[in-house]
Design a protein around this ligand. Structure first.
Ligand code: GRF
Length: 226
């Protein structure tokens, strides 16, 4: 694929940036239809900024604390994204709630990853809440961002078992592995034009689904009959 034709993606982060790094790594693979052109953080201390800089990717900080209103913050964020020529926006651990106005400007062009199997456990502390609820499977979701917080149309989900001795940390680590697989996959398909938002539906073309895949947790093995 011609390098000039790759879709320009900006990643929005607030912290560690491991999902951002997974998106960057996939961008190095042959035939990747996107490139990460910029990483923008609302927090100056976000670790992911260092990771991006070390990889030679442009970074910017739009510190929400410097603005009087959400709208004023978003105005500068929007201008920053445009200045980088972003065509798609990948929220990767971006911890700001966005107004409907901002979301509308990027409708169908902004993705988010959420650490739960949506629509379960929207919002914060998803792993703690999954443990409290006693679910046997948990996971992560990549979705298009809409004004409905964590409620946008779903692109891809990954599922992991919840183990009897899990705590928040062990469960988060298992889910994070899945996040790092599903986010690049989703961005790849969206950038390739094989997955798009039409109204409130995600339309896929030529993205295979393994119909034999099953995850049953705990293992359902029964004794052999005599
Ligand atoms: C991830 O679990 C993501 O799903 C959630 O926040 C976490 C960010 O981690 N929204 P990282 O910054 O990508 O390492």
């Amino acid at each position: 694929m011609n390098a000039e034709k790759r879709i320009r993606v900006a990643a929005l982060i607030s912290g560690r940036g491991s999902n951002m790094a997974a998106l960057m790594e996939a961008a190095q693979k042959p035939g990747c239809p996107y490139e990460i052109v910029a990483v923008v953080s609302n927090r100056p201390e976000a670790k992911g900024l260092e990771t991006a800089s070390a990889a030679g990717i442009a970074t910017a900080v739009v510190d929400h604390k410097a603005f009087d209103s959400r709208e004023a913050f978003e105005e500068v964020l929007h201008e920053t994204l445009l200045a980088f020529g972003a065509e798609l926006v990948a929220c990767a651990g971006f911890m700001r709630i966005m107004t409907a106005g901002f979301v509308q400007r990027w409708e169908g062009r902004m993705l988010n990853i959420h650490p739960s199997l949506l629509p379960s456990f929207k919002g914060l502390h998803t792993h703690r809440r999954a443990l409290e609820a006693g679910v046997r499977v948990h996971g992560a979701t990549v979705h298009f961002v809409t004004a409905d917080l964590d409620g946008g149309p779903i692109i891809i989900q990954g599922v992991v078992p919840v183990l009897p001795d899990d705590d928040e940390e062990t469960l988060a680590a298992r889910v994070l592995e899945v996040e790092h697989r599903i986010y690049p996959a989703a961005l790849w398909q969206v950038a390739a034009g094989k997955c798009r938002l039409e109204g409130e539906r995600v339309v896929m073309e030529g993205w295979p689904v393994d119909k034999t895949a099953r995850l049953i947790s705990p293992t359902p093995d029964l004794p052999e009959s005599e």
